[in-house]
Design a protein around this ligand. Structure first.
Ligand SMILES: NC(=O)c1ccc[n+]([C@@H]2O[C@H](COP(=O)([O-])OP(=O)(O)OC[C@H]3O[C@@H](n4cnc5c(N)ncnc54)[C@H](O)[C@@H]3O)[C@@H](O)[C@H]2O)c1
Length: 406
């Protein structure tokens, strides 16, 4: 199905960004909110993205005007009778999303695809609340939507293949990189990122290294920014809620420092204070929280920090995703590269190729060593053991998660 007209519901930070992406590709988009102020703010954000292109000489003022006029900002459903796809970007609350989809069911034609930009909630559950579960799908844009190339496409249990194909094509027409991911908590990128961010925070609260030392090491490793800079950017509220949810779903512990920072309002860059202090703020309160955790004997002290300690949990989770068929190995790596900008040295490299390059036997030995020190969150994925036993040791033997010509 060709998409001639789209709609975005929720003109907040993500919704406005997604509407900009759609107009940039030349399609008209209805942008709906329930709050005139938010709608105005969303339009301002969208114009701002174009204005920066004009200011840097990438676009003329006339072209900007043409693109902006493709948006139909509204507080009503009057313009929804001929939309082919709706992307929902309202707050991350299941009852709010279900209510929006129930309203959309009444005003949209039968063929309209319902996509949700949820970061974590169940697509199958949302689909079951509509009259068209076969047309319900996750379309997870990354922030900021106009910059980040990756879009995770998440079919629910009842989503039809036709809907998946249509949405993949639509995402490609927006010049994005779509990766189809089976439904699981955190989908793919957040599921893999969280053990890495969590381990960085475990290391910090144990006094293994400072936030700055850890950030510098990971940038040297190849990441575009260190884990604490990233978390401050994402927002500690988002990190804490995601970590808590994934911790419960996958049965893993999360660092207590997240909750302490969240409760203290150190929500990251937007609050002027997170792992780092911004403006006239310092990181002294975080150091005091760490001291308190250590004094109360709530965390071990004197542990080691190494890039391996952070990367092994991510590699292990990626292997678990292969086992669960969340996505094939090449797509897992592509999603991580496009979604996070990860590299190893100068080379763009996802976690599975990284495992192959390091050697799967080396990864297994490293996980076993870290498990002996830190416990079961380092328990090696079974598929890793199977591969090592079968001699699929990675690049050095020509076969691991990928094949190599030697
Ligand atoms: N912020 C991120 O980094 C990010 C990244 C990826 C996905 N997401 C997801 O995108 C969604 C939106 O997040 P956000 O950060 O843009 O939130 P936001 O709070 O900035 O925007 C939400 C908007 O929805 C509007 N809204 C509320 N109820 C509505 C209704 N019934 N109908 C229409 N509009 C309504 C609000 O007025 C607001 O403008 C969430 O599901 C979030 O998990 C966020």
């Amino acid at each position: 199905m060709y998409i001639f007209k789209a709609a975005v519901v929720g003109a907040g930070f993500m919704g406005a960004g997604i509407a900009q992406v759609i107009t940039y590709s030349g399609l008209p988009v209805v942008l709906k909110d329930v709050d005139q102020k938010m709608l105005d703010k969303g339009m301002e954000q969208l114009r701002g993205i174009y204005q920066r292109r004009v200011d840097s000489g990438k676009m003329s003022a006339g072209e900007m005007q043409e693109k902006v006029s493709l948006v139909i900002p509204t507080l009503t459903y009057d313009e929804f009778s001929d939309v082919d796809i709706v992307i929902e970007a309202v707050p991350e609350v299941m009852s709010v999303k279900k209510k929006v989809f129930a309203e959309l069911d009444e005003v949209c034609p039968e063929h309209t695809i319902f996509a949700s930009n949820t970061s974590a909630l169940s697509i199958s559950e949302m689909g079951a609340a509509t009259k068209r579960p076969q047309k319900m799908i996750g379309m997870h844009f990354f922030s900021p939507a106009h910059v980040m190339k990756l879009v995770e496409i998440i079919p629910g249990l009842d989503t039809s293949q036709e809907t998946i194909d249509d949405v993949v094509m639509f995402a490609e027409s927006l010049r994005k990189i779509p990766v189809v991911v089976q439904e699981c908590p955190g989908f793919l990128v957040n599921r893999l990122l969280m053990p890495y961010l969590g381990e960085a925070t475990f290391a910090l609260q144990e006094g293994a290294a400072t936030a700055r030392e850890i950030d510098e090491t990971m940038v040297k490793f190849g990441w575009p920014m260190g884990p604490f800079t990233l978390m401050d950017m994402l927002g500690i509220d988002v990190v804490y809620h995601t970590a808590k949810y994934l911790g419960e779903e996958y049965g893993v512990e999360i660092p207590p420092l997240f909750e302490m920072m969240y409760k203290a309002g150190r929500l990251g860059e937007k609050a002027g204070a997170g792992f780092y202090g911004y403006g006239d703020q310092t990181d002294e309160p975080v150091r005091a929280m760490i001291k308190q955790l250590q004094d109360e004997g709530k965390v071990p002290t004197g542990t080691e920090f190494s890039w391996q300690r952070l990367m092994m949990p991510m590699i292990n989770e990626a292997i678990q995703c292969v086992t669960e068929n969340i996505a094939p190995p090449d797509k897992i790596d592509m999603a991580m590269i496009a979604g996070t900008g990860m590299k190893y040295g100068e080379e763009r490299m996802g976690p599975l190729q990284l495992a192959d390059v390091l050697g799967l036997d080396v990864v297994l030995a490293e996980l076993e060593r870290l498990r002996a020190q830190f416990g079961n969150r380092f328990r090696p994925a079974r598929l890793l053991k199977t591969k090592v036993r079968a001699g699929h040791l990675g690049k050095k033997v020509g076969k691991g998660f990928f094949e190599y010509t030697t």
